[in-house]
Structures are given as structure tokens and as C-alpha cells.
Design a protein around this ligand. Structure first.
Ligand code: FES
Length: 124
């Protein structure tokens, strides 16, 4: 415990992998390709040497099912909607590495209001 820094991650990415029975009116992220999105995040975080500063992991339902695949990045609390595997490289390179959220994918573009306060990975 002595050598572990808390919080352990500069950025923590949650990708909803929830699954519902076919025909559920809310739908679910798993049927919209969430597994591919998660795999791509994990691969890029590894390949780009972002471990252990940045972690991407699956989550349960984030309650924005209609907008899935749902992804949220903390500590900024930037939520992304309808994320596909093809969007992941841009989120990793822009948001996770440079601290610049991908505006075209955000659920609530005004939050946080001042994105200039978002720091690049490494805090520089
Ligand atoms: S099923 Fe993904 S947000 Fe609910």
C-alpha cells in the first residue's frame, strides 16, 4: 500500500457493456458494439504506453441507454454518446492524451463549461 498513489489514475474511462433481452425498448450498449469499443480502448491504452496512468474498463448500465454505446471519462465527467469502434482512436489521442474532449461525440457539450481547465495526461 505504501507505494500506491491515490487516486491511481489520471483518467478513468468507463464503457457500458450492459446487455438486455432482445426487444427491450431502451436497447443496450452491448448490442450496439460495446465489446469492440472496449477492446479498442484497452488496446490503444496499452499500445500508447498510457498504463498505469489511464485505465479503460467495462461498466454496467450508465442509464443513457438510448445514446449508447455510452462512455464516460473521469475526472472531467465528459460523457460520450453513440461511440463506435471507429471513434475510439480520436477519443484516446485527443481527450486521453491531450486533454481535448471530442466535441462531436459529447452528450452534453457544455459540461464542463471551461474545457481549457482540462489538463493533458501527465498534468503538463
Ligand atoms: S445499456 Fe449502456 S447505458 Fe444503459
Amino acid at each position: 500500500m505504501a507505494n500506491i498513489k491515490y487516486p491511481p489514475y489520471e483518467r478513468h474511462v468507463f464503457i457500458c457493456l450492459n446487455e438486455r433481452p432482445a426487444g427491450n425498448p431502451r436497447g443496450d450498449c452491448k448490442s450496439k458494439g460495446a465489446e469492440k469499443v472496449l477492446e479498442r480502448f484497452k488496446k490503444l491504452v496499452d499500445e500508447k504506453g498510457l498504463k498505469p496512468r489511464i485505465r479503460a474498463q467495462k461498466s454496467g448500465c450508465l442509464d443513457t441507454c438510448e445514446l449508447g454505446v455510452s462512455v464516460v471519462v473521469y475526472p472531467e465527467a465528459v460523457w460520450y454518446a453513440k461511440v463506435t469502434e471507429a471513434d475510439v482512436d480520436e477519443i484516446v489521442e485527443s481527450h486521453l492524451m491531450r486533454g481535448v474532449p471530442v466535441e462531436r461525440l459529447r452528450m452534453h457539450p457544455s459540461i464542463p463549461r471551461d474545457s481549457s481547465k482540462i489538463l493533458p495526461a501527465g498534468g503538463a
